[in-house]
Design a protein around this ligand. Sequence first.
Ligand code: SAM
Length: 346
Amino acid sequence: MEKKELPRELRDRHGRTVRYLRISVTDRCNLCCRYCRTQEVPFIAHEKILRFEEIEEVIRLAVNFGVHKLRFTGGEPFARKGFMDFLKKLRLRFPRLALKLTTNGTLLAPYLGDLKELDVSVNLSLDTLDREKFAAITRRDMLPLVTDNLQRMLELGIPLKINAVAVRGVNEADLPALASLAMEHPVDVRFIEFMPMGDESIWSGDSFWPAAQILEAARTHWRLEAVRDSAEAAAAGDARERGPARLWKLRTPDGRLSRGNFGLITSVSQSFCHSCNRLRLTADGHLRTCLFDDREYSIRDVLRNEGPEAVARIMAEAVADKPVGAEILAARHGPVARKRMSAIGG
Ligand code: SAM
């Protein structure tokens, strides 16, 4: 039988086109954040993890389909040996790709110069600036490592965003200190709504701190001036470039304007599924088209046994079926996904 021709782009039935691949390079993490992994869990065996050459092959296929932005996540990307060498290789092979990284910041010190040189932008996950609270959330006393690396990234001028997961009863009091980083430095500080991910998630109605209330809390400290609205951006067709955060400048009572922005990522209360352009690759070689949808498409063994064209077909078929996550979320009252975030990559 004649094979169907591959599409030129990764388009779904809702008219969205995938341009952004998020790659979890490992499920291993040196922290154990309570909202992400409720307990220390065994990590995936090495042979089940995609080799770097295999990830590179998936990237090549994605680029052929028009993907122009990659984000590396985990687990903790730098917990995987050889990760920086992999980034260097990728930069040589794909000089025009936007390379981004989501990290807890604890292991960055030896790599900061390289990140700058390779033009990698960094999303730093940081939920508090209080050392004891950091240790309580992450189960590790490592805040000084993170703040040192944050300082060095600012000095080096590495493009940087800070993401805090907003958990009621945990880090409400940390909003002023975290948002002040955007006041003083050219960084966006974004609060992400806590998502009910994973069977054993500690998520509950009580721990959920909705964006509307986070905004109210910020307004008790600053005047907020909207800089852009992702809904408007989507209407203008460029949400792809702007991402899902709604952003504000902060103004102090005496009129000083923030250098960076304060942001909210309303993954739960107000979805941005209509403009979602993402595809995820898990560390053990599964494609996932939506955080909230448990359907995954195994490509590791297909790549090993059948080759790249078969993987490209799975990619196209998987994306064609990409769901609208908000509909899945609305139909549930508990966790929306069986896997915890560390196994998907966030
Ligand atoms: N270890 C890296 C880090 O800390 O950034 C990358 C992996 S981590 C799973 C990616 C992001 O997901 C982090 O910003 C983390 O805070 C966030 N995250 C984990 N569980 C979450 C949840 N249930 N809701 C919202 N964000 C979550």
